[in-house]
Design a protein around this ligand. Structure first.
Ligand code: DX5
Ligand code: ZN
Length: 221
């Protein structure tokens, strides 16, 4: 079985106290902190890169920082994110059609774990060459909402992609992102996802520890 990783999405945190929000999630049992970095070209809502860099700087030695880059030129971010202390660097396959081999190599050289993400409209076959290549990614992130915002509705039809991936790659880290919480974790875990991003369901809960532990149990069952 592939280990469960529960990754609260900092996009749903209180931005006026990012550092203590990150601490709180670690105390509540989070394995990773999920950082969403977006540019105005890739999604509808631009989110400042600066605040994320501050958090990266503070937490680089204390938590696994699972960075999800929804940007059109991921290559431009490898150097600064490597320096800031990111642990995982997940770029979108839609943004890296031509240069993914070089991109993965650079991410690894900077000491980060490469991952590839795909939007709901992108077929799963598009990521196979990146998992099968000589220099493979170590995680695939299947988006279960259109990227851009927290609090959207989970798309169960994306589970076909997760099932296909799990069948082909029994030990790969498969992450799902968007609309995950107590009511959707069952379907995602049984399809084969083991890395679970959750924003509003964790930050909006009165007891985040319980939500995190419930999600972990579902993956480990
Ligand atoms: C969406 C982001 C997600 C988002 C998840 O573009 O990639 O990480 O914050 O938030 P919830 O769990 O609220 O859907
Ligand atoms: Zn994300």
């Amino acid at each position: 079985m592939v280990a469960a990783k529960i990754a609260p999405s900092m996009l749903s945190s209180d931005f006026s106290k990012l550092a203590s929000e990150a601490e709180r999630m670690i105390r509540c049992g989070a394995d990773w902190l999920h950082m969403d970095i977006m540019d105005v070209n890739c999604v509808l809502m631009p989110v400042g890169l600066f605040c994320f860099k501050v958090v990266l700087f503070f937490f680089s030695h204390r938590a696994y920082l699972d960075c999800h880059l929804m940007v059109t030129n991921p290559m431009d971010y490898v150097e600064p994110f490597g320096k800031a202390g990111a642990s995982g660097f997940t770029f979108h396959v839609e943004a890296s059609k031509d240069n993914w081999q070089e991109l993965i190599q650079r991410i690894k050289l900077k000491g980060m774990r490469p991952g590839v993400a795909l939007k709901p409209g992108t077929p799963i076959e598009d990521v196979y060459p990146l998992v099968d290549g000589e220099n493979p990614v170590e995680m695939v992130l299947v988006m279960t909402v259109e990227p851009g915002f927290g609090g959207q509705k989970f798309m169960p039809e994306m589970m076909e992609k997760v099932r296909a991936l799990r069948e082909k790659y029994p030990s790969l880290d498969i992450e799902v992102d968007g609309g995950l919480g107590p009511s959707t974790i069952g379907i995602a875990a049984s399809a084969g996802a083991n890395c679970i991003v959750a924003g509003s369901s964790v930050f909006g809960a009165s007891e985040p520890t319980q939500v995190i532990s419930l999600m972990r149990k579902s993956v480990e069952e």
